[in-house]
Design a protein around this ligand. Structure first.
Ligand SMILES: Nc1nc2c(c(=O)[nH]1)N[C@H]1C(S)=C(S)[C@@H](COP(=O)(O)O)O[C@H]1N2
Ligand SMILES: [Mo]
Length: 317
């Protein structure tokens, strides 16, 4: 018998989910269109034409496990927040206008030499892996996702920030033809988010380019989005077109809209209520269960040290 200590977010092997088995089978079959057809599984919009399809699925990094089942793909792909495409959860019904190729990301600000890079060139420069992550929305629901991506640190290293860089600011596309929600002029478009340099270079911070063993479906924020799993979901900005290294703390989309309700740090804390609702529990998508939420969404071992000495600041929402 093996004795080893599980971290809070790890599960025992025997609890491996059907999705995990499915992904392993995909890995054996290869990710070609034939394999997808042969498996009889629904093909989601993005994957057929996606030029990066052949690099999925990536090898799973087994150090990132979960104490919960993976949210079924179909459910997850039909329950999304993406205000560029509307204010309800049925984003998948109208996300076709998002054109993900060509797609360039501008990397600029306080770095050695600002540059632009096409998504498919970036994918050649980084090491993709799969990680199982929890996602906790500020609206008090949660899901668990097999993301594919690479640690943001790899991109920070490519960018070579200068010593003046204290934060990374992310920006989503600004194009109301592509994202008709941007015609709603009372919102502070484009969607902006930010992280401190310490957060950006923490190993947990993932740039996500795939989910469920394939390129990101459009509603998940194709072709590239962020996921910082210890923070409320709104920090995880989708469809990124620009990453700027800056000296000042960026003001994010929700903070610009309503700073009394949404802040910069937005770390999950069940004991600190949102001004309009409790954060003590969360509804686990697809289960009908409401369970207690956890400090840093269960990732305290990895990130609590980042906030030592900052207790007097508004780091919880
Ligand atoms: N550009 C952009 N990014 C975004 C959002 C958005 O509206 N626009 N919504 C955020 C919120 S509130 C959440 S909970 C997650 C939802 O991710 P999912 O749809 O993949 O579950 O995306 C985040 N990233
Ligand atoms: Mo959210």
């Amino acid at each position: 018998m093996h004795y080893f200590r599980h971290k809070g977010w790890e599960i025992a092997e025997r609890e491996a989910t059907p999705e995990a088995l499915f992904l392993n089978r995909r890995a054996l079959l290869g990710a070609g269109a034939g394999a997808i057809a042969a498996s009889g599984l629904p093909a989601f919009a993005a994957e057929d034409s996606d030029p990066s399809a052949s690099i999925y699925p990536a090898r799973r990094n087994e150090s990132f496990k979960l104490d919960r089942d993976i949210t079924p793909e179909k459910l997850n792909a039909q329950y999304n927040n993406f205000y560029e495409f509307g204010m309800d959860k049925r984003i998948f019904t109208r996300v076709d206008t998002l054109k993900t190729r060509p797609w360039e990301i501008a990397i600029d600000g306080l770095i050695e030499k600002p540059f632009k890079i096409a998504i498919d060139d970036l994918l050649k420069k980084v090491q993709l892996e799969e990680r199982l992550y929890r996602h906790r929305c500020v609206e008090a629901w949660s899901m668990t996702v097999p993301w594919t991506g690479f640690p943001l640190k790899q991109l920070v290293d490519l960018a070579k920030p200068t010593s003046g860089a204290k934060y990374v600011r992310f920006e989503t596309f600004l194009d109301p033809k592509m994202g008709p929600g941007q015609k709603q002029s009372w919102y502070p478009w484009p969607y902006v988010e930010g992280l401190s340099m310490a957060e950006a270079t923490n190993d947990l911070t993932l740039m996500v380019t795939g989910a469920y063993g394939k390129p990101l479906a459009k509603q998940f924020g194709a072709p590239i989005r962020l996921h910082a799993p210890w923070k409320y979901g709104f920090k995880s900005v989708k469809s990124i077109t620009r990453m700027s290294f800056v000296a000042e703390q960026p003001k994010n989309f929700w903070q610009s809209l309503q700073s009394s309700e949404y802040g910069f740090w937005a770390n999950v804390n069940p004991e600190v209520a949102h001004p309009r609702w409790s954060q003590a529990t969360e509804e686990v998508l697809g289960t009908g269960n409401r369970i207690p939420s956890t400090l840093f969404n269960g990732y305290g071992e990895q990130v609590a040290h980042l906030y030592k000495g900052m207790e007097s600041e508004k780091i919880w929402f």
